[in-house]
Write a protein that binds this ligand. Structure first.
Ligand SMILES: Nc1ncnc2c1ncn2[C@@H]1O[C@H](COP(=O)(O)OP(=O)(O)OP(=O)(O)O)[C@@H](O)[C@H]1O
Ligand SMILES: Cc1cn([C@H]2C[C@H](O)[C@@H](COP(=O)(O)O)O2)c(=O)[nH]c1=O
Length: 221
């Protein structure tokens, strides 16, 4: 029986998800919430290995459906090994990307179809959907420029896609935000880190005040 809450951070490349997730995690811990931080693809050894395969820039020949299935496989293992136990223990799980990334990138931008990608992901996650999703909206030009300027170590196979692919990713996310307005909250990520963080924290805190019951402890996680 799930006691915790799954909060996902989504957006195009360089939107600032990872930066803001870490800041929100730190603040929630200060406030006494038991927080688990994780990411996709990855979060546990098997999924990190799948990540290396998917994102390797040399794997140019990877088929779009293979890509979608690998993301779903990594997600399944991550869910069973890390997310579900943390939720059962009462944690607030903050996950850097989850199912909506597959719907936006593989379903919409790659053109497999959101419904088809949703179907394979339903098999992977069963009933576990995010309780709340923060969508950090940024124009791809701005996001990609941030990554370029800050010399990020990993430049992965998807970062290297052309601008029209990244425009489609954003379009896909915006479509999802319109389709699931109760779950997905859109945050304007063109602004300063401080302004984006303030909106994100307010949204998460308002949600937890209404939907989180203190049943777990950090020690039990
Ligand atoms: N609001 C912001 N304004 C300017 N720079 C930012 C902002 N937010 C993050 N950055 C910087 O942009 C870069 C990308 O940020 P971050 O890694 O948090 O984004 P991300 O959404 O997780 O990217 P990706 O998913 O592509 O890895 C970092 O160098 C970060 O310091
Ligand atoms: C979970 C997930 C991710 N992606 C893409 C999005 C990014 O290009 C990479 C992940 O790396 P980052 O460090 O978060 O930038 O993978 C995807 O296409 N589909 C997914 O389900």
């Amino acid at each position: 029986m799930k006691n915790g809450r799954l909060i996902t951070f989504e957006g195009p490349e360089g939107a600032g998800k990872t930066t803001i997730l870490k800041m929100v995690a730190g603040k929630l811990r200060e406030m006494g919430y038991p927080v688990v931080e994780t990411r996709e693809p990855g979060g546990i050894p098997i999924a990190e290995k799948i990540r290396e395969i998917i994102l390797n820039p040399e794997h140019k020949e990877m088929d779009a459906k293979t890509e979608a299935l690998l993301y779903a496989a990594a997600r399944r293992q991550h869910l069973v090994e890390k997310i579900m136990p943390a939720l059962d223990g009462g944690a607030v799980v903050l996950c850097d990307r989850f199912i909506d990334a597959s719907l936006a990138y593989q379903g919409y931008a790659r053109g497999i179809g959101i419904e088809a990608v949703l179907m394979i992901n339903r098999f992977a996650v069963e009933q576990t959907m995010p309780d709340l999703t923060l969508y950090f909206d940024v124009e791809p030009e701005t996001g990609l420029e941030r990554i370029r300027k800050n010399f990020r170590e990993e430049v992965n196979r998807l970062d290297m896609e052309n601008l029209s692919f990244h425009r489609l990713v954003r379009e896909g996310y915006l479509l999802l935000a319109d389709t699931y307005p109760d779950r997905i909250r859109k945050i304007d990520a063109h602004r300063t880190v401080e302004a984006v963080y303030s909106d994100a924290l307010r949204t998460v805190c308002a949600y937890l005040e209404r939907h989180w019951k203190k049943t777990g402890t950090s020690e039990s996680l």
